[in-house]
Design a protein around this ligand. Structure first.
Ligand code: MG
Length: 195
């Protein structure tokens, strides 16, 4: 597992970055960025066999609100097993979070993306794919997350996006406010996409 380095802390990861603000403003005018490959209720509902059929080879996974509540350092057995199942099916898997804490020890052998720009920066997704999944084709990569504003940036890099319903928890006001607005815009353009 990758260690969090000083270099990594240079990036203001979890706050309002310029990339986030620009993406937020751009989003309503580029519905293509809000297109989901699929939307499911929770992470463990992501259908692994279907991903395989569709030719997906790499999976990037958000942590907060996706694998557990915000700041969680303990994850359910089902979540851990679902990631293990992905690996056993031959997928390349990495956790890509904007939070910088090192708290994913339960996921043995799973890379945690570090030293890349925070989501939704396109460059962050590209580096995550190359350096942590060892892949160079964004068409075969999907990002799984609860936030169109951050995780949805995968669309800028040409990846697929799987939206899951956020797990409630100790999320900052600005984070949940902007996440909700982004979700509403996605719902407006694609009303039939969500469970
Ligand atoms: Mg999240």
């Amino acid at each position: 597992m990758s260690k969090i380095t000083k270099e990594d802390k240079k990036f203001a990861r979890d706050g309002l970055t310029l990339a986030k603000v620009l993406y937020f403003l751009l989003m309503p005018f580029r519905p293509n960025l809000l297109k989901t490959y699929m939307a499911v209720g929770s992470f463990v509902e992501v259908p692994i066999e279907q991903l395989k059929i569709d030719g997906i080879k790499g999976i990037l996974i958000d942590a907060d609100g996706t694998l557990g509540p915000h700041h969680s350092s303990e994850f359910s057995y089902e979540v851990v097993e679902h990631i293990n199942k992905m690996v056993n099916h031959g997928f390349k898997v990495a956790i890509y979070t904007n939070a910088s804490e090192d708290r994913f020890h339960q996921f043995v052998g799973i890379n945690v993306v570090t030293n890349v720009p925070p989501k939704p920066d396109k460059c962050g997704f590209e580096k995550a794919m190359k350096n942590f999944l060892d892949l160079d084709d964004s068409n075969v990569v999907c990002m799984i997350g609860d936030n169109f504003l951050t995780d949805g940036g995968a669309r800028l890099a040409g990846m697929h996006f799987i939206h899951i319903c956020p797990i409630k928890g100790d999320e900052s006001f600005i984070h949940s406010f902007t996440r909700n607005i982004a979700f509403k815009v996605a719902q407006f353009y694609f009303p039939n996409s969500f469970p």
